[in-house]
Design a binder for this molecule. Structure first.
Ligand code: F0G
Length: 450
């Protein structure tokens, strides 16, 4: 299935288009973001499914990747282009009865993106973004990040022989992510500001300097992240669930999921669209706020426009974003899928994370917003107890061990600027200390040997 790819402005009234080889993340005419669009010549859905299945037996690097195995749905690279892959994707769909019960659902599966090579869903998009950068002859790639994007970009840049330059909010990213960026050899610039301020500051600077920007405003990142839902549908036997629940920060993933789902429907791979439920942290919920206002005022959210949260606060640092770049794309996908947006508190995130841990699965804080959100939506009667739900876990438990330790030890607290709010360890599991004394240890073990 050979196809033609180009870039097109997301604003339908504008509709400006650009060659796929142009380095650009915004429309030159109206400033909106861009989509990669394709001409799909006569796709045969059943053949595609068989081809993708058959590739599971192949040992070719592009077939071993859980992104490039689906290359017919991301056909923007020329056949001779180099693919920079670390065997991303191939992440499991894990049934989690304990978490289902916590949410009030009959069943629940987690699509765990923390199984990726750098431990987050960013790898799905970074293999495509860095490969495109390399194909365009770029040698330096850059991003502003709450941690995972930078860790992932640093790894793929290193794997492809490119230099990575990353900007991170100083002291506001989890230690595991910073350690990864350093280890993978990125030039790591810590800016004494939050994510939003840093983004505003460097967006034009990096462009002017000719660096290749790999935030999710890069439409080729979105293409790779699309394959998360393609792989999910394959794992579900191409029978879409009722809901896909995911955390929302900069809203790139929401944009990618919606685009992927719509394209799968166009190609005849699925016959209906699951509903997307995007979950934001209460202290960083600009999309949630916008949708509430739109419903209150009975006006279109697009017309009202996003009001950034000026000082976002949450312990889930990955989604501590007040001015999400992809809000318009995300809104389009919520409209297309009859989606919803909800917000959850830091206490709800922390408890949901502990429950995911107790399921033997584990995840980083931002990921747990998906379970906390699913629980809230079930309680509100929006998700029905028997609905088929997939919740996406975006990052690995080991990304942010300090958070887990503090929760279980009962010292986790959210600094709101106006004082600290303690997080209660409702599912806490503090370590037990003993002196080197056999009698005391025996006492601790008593009754446990059954
Ligand atoms: N979960 C995790 C673990 C993340 O790292 C992010 C985003 C999100 C959820 C939200 O995804 O931005 O597509 O809505 N992290 C970005 C970063 C912003 O820089 O690593 P989104």
């Amino acid at each position: 299935m050979a196809s033609k790819a180009w870039l097109r402005c997301i604003e339908e009234k504008c509709g400006a288009s650009y060659p796929a080889t142009e380095v650009r993340s915004e429309c030159a005419t109206c400033g909106n973001l861009l989509d990669v669009v394709y001409e799909w010549p006569g796709a045969d859905a059943e053949r595609l499914k068989q081809t993708w299945q058959a590739r599971k037996l192949s040992r070719e690097p592009e077939d071993l990747s859980g992104v490039w195995r689906f290359r017919e749905i991301i056909p923007f690279l020329s056949p001779s282009a180099r693919i920079i892959s670390l065997r991303e994707g191939n992440t499991p769909l894990l049934e989690a009865p304990r978490a289902a019960a916590y949410a009030g659902l009959a069943s629940l599966a987690f699509k765990h993106q923390g199984f990726n090579p750098t431990g987050s869903f960013k790898d799905n998009g970074m293999t495509t973004g860095v490969s495109q950068g390399a194909a365009l002859g770029k040698s330096v790639v850059t991003c502003v990040s709450t941690g995972n994007t930078s860790a992932s970009m640093a790894a793929y840049a290193a794997a492809g022989g490119l230099q990575a330059v990353i900007f991170i909010p100083a002291g506001q990213i989890a230690a595991g992510k910073l350690a990864q960026a350093l280890e993978y050899g990125a030039l790591t610039i810590q800016v004494e500001a939050n994510f939003d301020t840093t983004w505003k500051l460097v967006f034009h600077l990096v462009k002017d300097a000719g660096l290749y920007l790999l935030n999710s405003v890069n439409p080729f990142r979105v293409e790779g992240q699309k394959t998360i839902v393609v792989e999910m549908m394959e794992q579900l036997g191409w029978e879409p669930p009722d809901w896909i629940v995911l955390p929302g920060g900069n809203l790139g993933n929401t944009s990618a999921f919606g685009k992927g789902l719509r394209e799968m429907q166009t190609l005849g791979l699925i016959h209906r669209l699951p509903r997307l439920a995007v979950i934001q942290a209460e202290g960083a919920a600009p999309l949630y706020n916008l949708l509430c206002r739109a419903s209150r005022e009975n006006r279109s959210a697009l017309e009202i426009g996003l009001q950034p949260v000026s000082n976002p606060q949450t312990l889930a640092t990955a989604i501590k974003i007040g001015a999400p770049a992809s809000w318009k794309k995300a809104l389009r996908e919520l409209n297309a899928t009859q989606g919803v947006c909800e917000k959850v508190t830091d206490q709800e995130i922390a408890d949901a994370k502990a429950v995911i841990g107790q399921s033997g699965i584990g995840c980083e804080p931002a990921s747990a917003a998906s379970l906390a959100g699913a629980r809230k939506l079930v309680a509100q009667g929006i998700i029905r107890p028997k609905d088929r739900v997939v919740a996406v876990l975006t990052g690995n438990l080991l990304k942010d061990p300090a958070y887990s330790l503090a929760y279980h030890e009962g010292t986790l607290a959210l600094d709101t600027g106006g004082g600290k709010v303690a997080i209660e360890p409702r599912f806490g599991n503090a370590p037990v200390s003993v002196p080197p004394d056999a009698a005391q240890i025996r006492k601790l073990l008593a009754g446990r040997g059954r």
